[in-house]
Design a protein around this ligand. Sequence first.
Ligand code: NCD
Length: 331
Amino acid sequence: MGDAIEKSLRDIRGKRDVSFFDLYSIDQVSDTDLGLIFEIARGFRSAKTAKLTLCKGNTQVNCFFEPSTRTQASFDLSAKHLGMDTTNVGGGSSSAKKGESFIDTVETLDAYNARTLVIRSSEAGVAEIAARHVAASVLNAGDGWHEHPTQGLLDALTMLDCIQADTLAGKTVLIVGDVVHSRVFGSLVRVLIRLQATIRIAAPITLLPAEVEQFGVTLFTDVEKALVGTDFVYTLRVQEERGAKGFIPTLREYSKTFGISEWRLDLAAKDAILMHPGPVIRDIDVHSALVSRHPQSRILTQVENGMAIRKALLWLLCERFDGKTKTFERI
Ligand code: NCD
């Protein structure tokens, strides 16, 4: 069965390739890349948990310096389903705690001849820096408040599949919540622009990044007005660990004014889709009844699509690896 799946994935891919060796920002992904990634991801999604050999013999190091449930599990399982060996370092177990520099840590991990190095860090820009220092293909699993490109891609795939289209032209996406601290926003807004969505943002003024209008978004401080006519409602967590509580009066007040409840969701377009990158803080970002089993919620579909997108990227980058090693110069 694996052989037939692999053949169909190879047929989908044909001779096409993405234009990047590392992925730290959506800005690196061309329009052609986007189409290819989505097409291959759909193929992987239909393969579910099939044990494949497309990346057999390759090693992946997952380097998570910040907590993660879905992103880490998803990168790890995706690599395993593709036949890779994986190891997890970071957090309390890494030598960074003993004073080793970030570059020394990633160069050490690269010396295991890993093909892919997945990095999550509280510092913006580190995945891009790492990519310049290692032969492995670096995938950004979230850097500070900057970007989380695989999340942006899985969100876009989820939206496109809901409307069965290749673009989001004519659709309105409302992003609600702690935008200023959100790397999810950083990637989502970039991919939504590319897919021609109309983008609205609703947040307390204190949770908006300076110059957010440069993305061509419409700002609202009244979420109820923002919801009217919206096709997708994308909610973001209030990031307490990044000090968000200092930007709002209280969590209760936030939930009362911006939390998405059932009656508020009814203000959006008929059958509007509710999304959240997780982890959801129930009854603060989103009312409990809307979280997982509500017919308009696609929160668990997002998780499933995360596996498909990551498998697509790992396979595409594993096969481009030789290209990177040829151009790579140790600095
Ligand atoms: C997000 C993250 O860690 O950037 N979650 C995720 O990766 N799915 C968002 C968050 O923590 O709120």
